[in-house]
Write a protein that binds this ligand. Structure first.
Ligand SMILES: [Zn+2]
Length: 259
């Protein structure tokens, strides 16, 4: 099994997703035949996209990849960038916006590849038994990736109320949403995480989700246009399988990046 790393790994993911810029594509076309690592990454990405979800061994992605994904999510375009005191905001050009979305998608896909058990150890035969179980989660993953790349999607990074650590990302679209747990403890079947809309005077329970050990795979949430109106979100862990009328303890809070 090949354990080499290659600096072009992200290009390999982009290649597999047909999302490279023309100059990158030309450069990578020359590189691919010479590099077993990249060929493997391309194949692994295609497998993930084709229908392999998070059922295989889960691992935390390397910190630099996760940091980059978070950075992309935080800086991914609303129509104007977050205001900085020193300089007037500059509208993002469509090219920039498309490219940023692409980078986000590639980063998310790279994360998915890693979450799928690392591209180094995955065997198709080993995976075949797991594909059926993973299928629904894979559909969720693909839809969440599309959601993440959609410029109409609101993004909120939720941070722990105590430590300020990044805990989860909420992607809120007009008709669907997803949550990506970054740093939440796995819950048991007697508890459930609840996403609250906190833009109203009293927080409103919007959706529930579970966190499996080690998983950072985005999960789709049932959503509504009313849920989409919220620009502040909170997460709590609740006993039982129903959201209470109000959160027992808010674990994390976050706001949608200014539009
Ligand atoms: Zn390579």
């Amino acid at each position: 099994m090949n354990g080499e790393l290659c600096a072009h790994e992200e290009l390999a993911v982009g290649w597999a997703m047909h999302s490279l810029e023309p100059d990158e594509e030309a450069a990578f076309r020359d590189h691919l035949p010479t590099c077993p690592t990249c060929r493997h990454t391309v194949q692994a990405t295609q497998e993930v996209l084709a229908g392999i979800g998070g059922a295989v061994r889960q691992e935390q992605p390397p910190p630099h990849l996760r940091a980059r994904l978070l950075e992309q999510i935080e800086h991914t375009p609303q129509d104007t960038p977050a205001p900085r005191p020193a300089a007037p905001p500059t509208p993002l050009r469509p090219q920039h916006r498309r490219r940023t979305g692409r980078v986000l998608l590639a980063a998310a896909a790279a994360l998915a590849v890693l979450a799928a058990g690392t591209y180094l150890g995955v065997r198709v035969t080993q995976l075949s038994d797991e594909v059926a179980a993973a299928q629904s989660r894979t559909d969720d993953l693909n839809r969440a990736l599309l959601l993440a790349a959609d410029p109409t999607t609101n993004r909120a990074v939720l941070r722990a109320t105590g430590s300020g650590d990044d805990v989860a990302v909420v992607l809120s679209g007009p008709t669907s949403a997803a949550v990506m747990p970054m740093n939440l403890k796995p819950n048991d079947s007697g508890h459930v995480y609840v996403v609250w809309g906190a833009s109203t005077k009293a927080p409103v329970p919007l959706a529930m989700f579970d966190v499996r050990a080690g998983s950072t795979t985005p999960q789709l949430l049932p959503w509504s246009s009313d849920a989409h109106k919220h620009t502040t979100f909170a997460v709590s862990l609740e006993p039982g399988r129903q959201p209470p009328p109000k959160p027992s303890e808010v674990l994390a809070l976050g706001q949608v990046a200014p539009a």
